[in-house]
Design a protein around this ligand. Structure first.
Ligand code: NOJ
Length: 590
């Protein structure tokens, strides 16, 4: 175990000041551990696999790694069904492997962020097993949300307490056979915890401390806007039609409740006892006007800006997404950008589909997406060009950027996984209406050859064959592999490495000024130089970012760039040095 860092008693409010917290403008790389690298050849990625790729991550130039859950789990929801929040899934390694990985990442100068899942446990968690073995009204059931069926304790119990639907489809209530039902916002294997219960709150504080004492630098908080709900007063509310947190006054009974402020204030107090204070980012699909409640320095400090992520590739929509994200600066929080994660159709596919295409976004909740297989309407080159332009767009914004593994390779969605290999509960619970999220979770290709394109070993000791990757990789992954892209200076991988290097040199204070731009174009500038330099550092001048979004079909006029030093473009300029549609340029203007 890496030696526990020393605890400080100094309060740190996260505002830029004497010391700017490391995470305010960090680039964080999301590792989905099961699909990143498989060291032991069992077909599942593992922690030793991450350790074996530390130099790749360091060369890429990111500042931190966020690991999606690696805790013991039956993988009913890709690991977000946690059996034990303070251990490592034996399928993925051991606590010693975790410590070794953390030490290797730290030695390479990378921070470590882990996913924390406070809204629910798995149904195999010892608390839940205890709850099932205990009677109604017991303390064990009080850690979860158990209620009698609609007919009350003496009735036939054939009806759930309310008509609420789970976000993965089907009822949000599951009967336990004695007339009671438990609530699960997600899969039935993910019973919701009762956060008004002090024991639950204390237990999570211990879990956070457990990982922090092992050297973790921060947390990504899963469903941060869930946790607290007002169940009994709202059994009549139709959960199916009001299941997002998109109300702006905190009146929703299930999401974004005011009581959460207290929960995260308590977490922040714990985080600030560490030196440096721990980082935390909320995954909170809430109304933009409420995002500050999670990102405020007295709370978690960051909250993902999903508005940019949900925007179609359209200048007005992209600008709106940026503007909503920038509002975080007003509360002293850092802006938090992302275009991809393990829940959404990969950006290179999303941006290559018509804006209203069903694969792009879900009509009910844009954060959740449907996939119905390969689409003849996909324009793959256009999608890739826009994904490349998109990453330069987000990296040039003030704040922190979260990249999802494989994004640096420009990977598209794998839309044609056969039904029998699907793992996502969304696919099962929607009775085929949705294909689920497996298409963005296919194991990474590292080499153009080999049984798993280098995801796992080519053979095992003694000559045995390794197990195939847990989701099948398509043949086109060969050409998208790391080794192939290493050899191609125009590849997405080189673009990302180059962009991260340049960004480090020109990164300045967290400010942005919009510049005049023709229709279809976004143009802003920022003071170039070190973030604490107060504007205009070593480089001096201003860092301009020009995004030519172009028309919906990729057509459109080229635009002239400001006079200055061209730092980087996401694609070739035309012969006159003008920026074509679906392309972004960075220019340093003295
Ligand atoms: C959000 C996670 O990103 C997603 O993968 C998971 O299914 C749900 N939360 C439930 O934990």
């Amino acid at each position: 175990m890496t030696s526990p860092r020393h605890r400080s008693t100094a309060r740190h409010d996260g505002h830029p000041g004497a010391t700017t917290p490391w995470w305010r403008q960090a680039v964080v790389y999301q590792v989905y551990p099961r699909s990143f690298a498989d060291a032991d050849g069992d077909g599942l990625g593992d922690l030793r696999g991450v350790t074996s790729r530390v130099s790749y991550l360091a060369d890429l130039g990111v500042d931190a790694v966020w690991l999606s859950p690696f805790y013991p789990s039956a993988l009913a929801d890709g690991g977000y069904d946690v059996d034990d929040h303070r251990d490592v899934d034996p399928k993925l390694g051991t606590l010693a492997d975790f410590d070794e990985m953390t030490a290797a990442l730290h030695a390479a100068g990378l921070r470590v962020v882990v996913d924390i899942v406070p809204n629910h446990t798995s149904d195999r968690h010892r608390w839940f097993r205890e709850a099932l073995a205990s009677p109604r009204g017991s303390a064990a059931r009080g850690r979860y949300v158990f209620r009698d069926g609609r007919d009350g304790p003496a009735g036939p119990m054939s009806e759930p307490p309310s008509s609420w639907r789970s976000l993965f489809g089907g009822s949000a209530w599951e009967p336990v056979g004695d007339g009671q039902w438990y609530l699960h916002a997600f899969a039935r294997e993910q019973p919701d915890l009762e956060w008004s219960n002090r024991e639950v709150r204390d237990d999570f504080l211990q879990t956070l401390g457990f990982w922090a004492d092992r050297g973790v630098d921060g947390f990504r908080v899963d469903v941060a806007h869930g946790l607290v709900r007002d169940v009994d007063n709202n059994l009549h509310v139709d959960f199916a039609t009001t299941h997002t947190g998109a109300v702006d006054d905190g009146s929703h009974p299930l999401w974004d409740r005011d009581e959460l402020v207290d929960v995260y204030r308590e977490w922040r107090q714990l985080f600030d006892t560490y030196d440096p204070p721990l980082a935390a980012v909320a995954e909170a699909s809430v109304h933009p006007s409420r995002r500050w409640r999670y990102s405020d320095p007295s709370s978690l400090g960051q909250a993902f800006t999903f508005d940019l992520f949900e925007a179609a590739w359209d200048a007005a929509e992209l600008r709106r997404g940026v503007e909503l994200g920038l509002e975080q600066l007003e509360v002293g929080a850092s802006c938090t950008w992302t275009l991809a994660n393990h829940d959404c159709v990969r950006a290179a596919s999303r941006y290559g589909l018509p804006p209203d295409h069903e694969q792009r976004s879900h009509p009910a909740s844009k954060a959740w997406v449907t996939r119905h297989g390969a689409s003849p309407e996909l324009d793959a080159p256009l999608g890739l060009a826009r994904a490349r332009a998109g990453v330069l767009l987000e990296l040039a914004l003030p704040g922190s950027t979260y990249l999802y593994q494989g994004e640096e390779l420009g990977l598209r969605e794998v839309p044609d996984l056969p039904p029998e290999v699907l793992q996502d509960p969304m696919a099962f619970r929607s009775e085929g209406a949705e294909k689920g999220r497996d298409g963005c979770r296919v194991p990474l290709p590292w080499t153009p050859t080999g049984p798993s394109f280098g995801f796992g070993p080519d053979d095992l000791e003694g000559g045995a064959a390794p197990s195939p990757p847990h989701l099948p990789q398509p043949a086109w992954f060969a050409g998208a592999s790391v080794a192939v892209q290493e050899a191609d200076p125009t590849s997405a991988l080189h673009l990302h490495r180059h962009a991260l290097r340049v960004r480090r040199d020109v990164l300045g204070p967290e400010e942005l000024t919009w510049e005049e731009a023709p229709e279809g174009v976004l143009h802003w500038s920022r003071p170039a130089g070190p973030p604490q330099g107060g504007g205009g550092g070593e480089e001096g001048g201003r860092w301009h970012c020009v995004v030519n979004a172009g028309g919906a079909d990729g057509s459109g006029a080229v635009v002239p760039l400001p006079a200055g030093r061209l730092l980087l473009t996401s694609g070739p300029l035309d012969d006159a040095g003008h920026l074509p549609p679906s392309t972004t340029a960075w220019v340093l203007v003295p």
